[in-house]
Design a protein. Structure first.
Length: 299
């Protein structure tokens, strides 16, 4: 890690960990997810753009927020990488409001969604049905409704994602719960308070929570507070909450993939080290758990 001063945050500065082919494949998967997100929000016809886009191909009313989707799909592909590498028991909680396209796109690409809903098959016809179902009455909500396979957190009523993450981790020693927190969501009272939940986590008998605070600058109407304060102040804030923040910042996908891959791996290995120490010694001391602060452009 880089050294820090009073005004400089602890920013990820790792050597590249992704090989050229792994980087290419992860980036391609990320692009595919982003395309599905955009298609769900905007398209009601021509799902693979096999013909020039026309006004009648787009939805008359747009529901669902694009802003957090690329950051969430970016995070998802990097969590998938460490799940496979370390054979992790990990779940993902989507906090940002109306961010369901990011979760739906991954469930669809991974095949889970089509297993539960065969009519949403992984071909052009099934993709069109998925796009048309999104934010349509009686079909898919723009947040992670209970109909979404594996959903325990809707993300429509903001503020409870971190609380739900800790609820899933308590008494579940092998589970890591990664939770994406929108910076607009972070301004709600329940979310701001729930950062203190780390005081109740026992590293011997409980699992772990890995928060990813997504600073993309804006909420629905105006800039967010946490994205506008200095990096040093932000670092001190979360250290005061008892976390050990790692910053991943930028807008160049090739660079960001390398930074995020290294940051996620560092957090996972730190979590495992904390748990191993507590479980081998029998001392449930309160550690400083890692978290990631992801600063990326809106949408």
């Amino acid at each position: 890690m880089t050294s820090t001063t009073e005004n400089d945050q602890q920013t990820a500065s790792f050597a590249p960990v992704l090989g050229a082919d792994e980087l290419r494949r992860m980036n391609a998967y990320w692009h595919a997810c982003n395309y599905l997100c955009a298609g769900m929000i905007y398209l009601r016809a021509n799902p693979l753009l096999r013909e020039p886009l026309k006004p009648e191909h787009t939805k008359n009313r747009l529901l669902g927020h694009w802003g957090s989707d690329p950051g969430q799909t970016f995070t998802w592909v990097h969590l998938n990488r460490v799940i496979k590498k370390y054979d992790l028991n990990m779940m993902y909680i989507c906090g940002p409001g109306h961010g369901a396209p990011s979760v739906l796109s991954n469930c669809y690409l991974e095949g889970t969604y089509s297993e539960v809903y065969p009519e949403k098959s992984r071909d052009e016809a099934g993709m069109l049905k998925l796009f048309r179902a999104f934010s349509f009455p009686g079909q898919l909500g723009s947040h992670c409704t209970p109909e979404l396979p594996g959903s325990i957190h809707e993300g429509g009523e903001l503020g409870y994602s971190v609380s739900h993450a800790f609820g899933a981790a308590f008494d579940n020693p092998d589970l890591i719960v990664s939770v994406m927190v929108g910076d607009g969501e972070a301004e709600t009272g329940p979310l701001a308070t729930s950062w203190h939940s780390n005081k109740f986590l026992n590293p011997i008998r409980d699992g772990a929570v890995l928060p990813i605070l997504h600073l993309n600058g804006y909420k629905i109407a105006n800039p967010t507070i946490l994205s506008r304060i200095s990096g040093g102040e932000l670092e001190h804030l979360f250290k005061g909450y008892g976390w050990s923040p790692v910053f991943v910042e930028g807008d160049d996908p090739a660079v960001m993939h390398q930074l995020m891959a290294a940051a996620v791996e560092k957090c996972v290995t730190e979590i495992r080290a904390i748990q191993q120490e507590a479980r081998s010694s029998g001392k449930p001391d309160r550690p400083r758990w890692p978290m990631i602060i992801l600063r990326s452009p809106k949408g």
